[in-house]
Design a protein around this ligand. Sequence first.
Ligand SMILES: NC(=O)c1ccc[n+]([C@@H]2O[C@H](COP(=O)([O-])OP(=O)(O)OC[C@H]3O[C@@H](n4cnc5c(N)ncnc54)[C@H](OP(=O)(O)O)[C@@H]3O)[C@@H](O)[C@H]2O)c1
Length: 291
Amino acid sequence: MKKSKKAKIGIIGCGNMGRAIAERIKSIFKTVIFDKDAAKTRNITKVITAPNLTELVNIADVVILAIKPQDFNEVLGEIKNSIDNKLVISIAAGISTKYIEKILGKARVIRVMPNLLVKIGEGVTALCNGEFATADDLGLAQEIFDKVGTTIVLEEKMMDADTAFLGSGPGFHFDLLSRIEKERWPEFTENEFIPSFAASGEKVGFSREQAKLFAELIAKGDLVLLEELNESPGALCIRVTSKGGTTEAGLKELKGDVERLPNAVEAARKRAEELSNEAATFQAKRRRKVA
Ligand SMILES: NC(=O)c1ccc[n+]([C@@H]2O[C@H](COP(=O)([O-])OP(=O)(O)OC[C@H]3O[C@@H](n4cnc5c(N)ncnc54)[C@H](OP(=O)(O)O)[C@@H]3O)[C@@H](O)[C@H]2O)c1
């Protein structure tokens, strides 16, 4: 494996996340991208556009899977024979490193969970390594995601809690901000949101220091994002709330009350766990069908 900045990074999928990552890392790493919809990569500059998946994998030392969980089987099947000993980084919610290793065969896999704030370089990204990834692999993955914000290394069993706390946190914050006047946002965030949100992070398993640090980073990042996108918190909340997802489950418990944040994060964690189980069952069924 080439070390650090010499590594060529290949990104599969140029949607919300793939594009945001490419834009942030392209000045440091040689970056190549492929999306099955060529229109999505047409106006991206200083990034090589691969004509197909095989070509992307041939060029890249590291392959980032920035596609939706439902597209995993197809993409893994296509790259399986050309992946060799390359490092594979998945950013998909609910897809375990074991699942990817099973299809790719003892591949070096890192699972990463970024959040919305990567768009402005203020993301909080959790990483965990699969069975065959080395400490150098984890170091390189951290180096890449340090370019889109702050990184934290977790055990894989914490990934559902991470999805709920770091992933759905901005949605909860936007919902609460949408209920008060703009002048009060900074004071509300500092004095009410951050303490209650940090407590909810601790409740789902983060240490007190981690929960406090990440609550602060996320809350302040949310305010910058609102400013930069010039959108209302209500509109942003709707944008980050997928139907049947973790944020939606949390919002039902939040009920617009900052003190209910621990309930909201716990409900989101439960939903993340359910989604991971559903994904595992669905994938196992598909594997049996294919076999
Ligand atoms: N959005 C978030 O805030 C967030 C946060 C953390 C993690 N994630 C994870 O990040 C992943 C990507 O999410 P996203 O929001 O960026 O999704 P997205 O906007 O839908 O982007 C995925 C892109 O991949 C393309 N694609 C699908 N199949 C492909 C293939 N075979 N080859 C090449 N490209 C293909 C899609 O094209 P089509 O649209 O034509 O299918 C789409 O352009 C998901 O797994 C999600 O769980 C997202």
